[in-house]
Design a protein around this ligand. Structure first.
Ligand code: SF4
Length: 327
């Protein structure tokens, strides 16, 4: 059957600050013939980045489990009965020691995550010391502490934080199926506070949560229409954990994941698109296709908050095989 010609974005890549993407446009991109889509994404990748460089971020959980939120994918929610044990906040020394190891292994950014709805002021004070001491090691710093109240983003910025992670998770229309304890506006409100404080934004989502392709388009459109676009865009593939509501989510074909990466690259040409959770479940060839389709960042380290990640040695071997080097 003859493929129908598809109206596509102009040859000139839209400038990220002025880009405006409809869900229909993104859905059309997701439905391009696979090889065409990957090729176009690879072309755009080369316009904005060295395709042989990958940014390496290491993520550590500084406080695990017992979270009051009910995110359907998360084993750290107190609403779900999962095998993940609670762990109180790490000490500053423990976090700094982990950051030294990450740096020695080649990571350029160190991300600290805490299972909170949002940080209490006393907890925030302790994280400020973590941020400033990690920053002093010469690493970029990132934090993901949940929703921020007025003034908290400024305190983090003052301590030396570079990035704040706050994911939109999924499309606005799908959000209530995944999380009931907060709404999409809450996410956007924190992202606004992060931007107003002068922090860079790390914001992405999760695929493989029984969403449709249109839902994935809705997520990417929402991310791409943030103004300015996020500097980092982690794309996670659901890791199904026993005891979570999404433990039995259907299987999403690997090509859909690659398509999502490719479209994120096209719609957000200046952003670092990160392969995040779920990479351990991907074979090397799929990861290589993701790099070809524009992914240029990975989480790097043995553990990703509470779920597994390919170990450092395996990642170094993969990067070497693909002639990719760390930024
Ligand atoms: S994803 Fe974050 S906010 Fe949601 S339950 Fe897990 S730790 Fe809490």
């Amino acid at each position: 059957m003859q493929a129908t010609p598809i109206a596509f974005r102009p040859q000139t890549t839209p400038h990220p600050e002025s880009a405006s993407w409809s869900v229909d446009e993104i859905e059309t991109l997701l439905g391009l013939p696979f090889m065409e889509l990957v090729f176009r994404a690879a072309e755009i990748h080369r316009q904005f980045f060295d395709p042989c460089k990958v940014q390496l971020s290491t993520l550590i959980s500084i406080k695990t489990g017992g979270c009051s939120e009910d995110c359907g994918y998360c084993p750290q929610s107190a609403h779900h009965d999962t095998p993940v044990p609670n762990q109180p906040m790490l000490t500053v020394d423990e976090v700094v020691a982990a950051a030294r190891v990450a740096k020695a292994n080649g990571a350029g950014r160190f991300c600290m995550g805490a299972a909170w709805r949002g940080p209490k002021d006393a907890d925030l004070q302790q994280t400020l010391r973590m941020v400033s001491e990690v920053k002093a090691l010469g690493l970029e710093t990132c934090a993901t502490f949940g929703m921020l109240r007025d003034g908290q983003a400024e305190q983090l910025k003052g301590a030396g934080l570079d990035y704040y992670n706050h994911n939109l998770d999924t499309a606005p229309d799908k959000y209530a199926d995944i999380v009931q304890t907060r709404d999409y506006e809450d996410r956007l409100d924190t992202l606004g506070k992060v931007r107003a404080a002068g922090l860079s934004v790390c914001c992405g989502g999760i695929v493989g949560m029984n969403e449709t392709r249109r839902d994935r388009a809705g997520l990417i459109a929402q991310l791409a229409n943030l103004d300015p676009q996020p500097e980092s865009v982690p794309i996670n593939q659901l890791v199904k954990v026993v005891g979570t509501p999404l433990a039995d989510a259907g299987v999403m074909d690997w090509t859909e994941f690659v398509r999502t990466i490719a479209v994120a690259r096209i719609a957000m040409p200046r952003s670092y698109v990160r392969l995040s959770a779920g990479r351990r479940e991907m074979d090397e060839a799929t990861q290589a296709l993701c790099f070809l389709a524009g992914a240029n960042s990975i989480f790097y380290g043995d553990k990703l908050l509470t779920t597994g990640n390919p170990d450092v040695v395996a990642d170094q071997a993969l990067l070497q095989k693909l002639d990719l080097s760390a930024l």
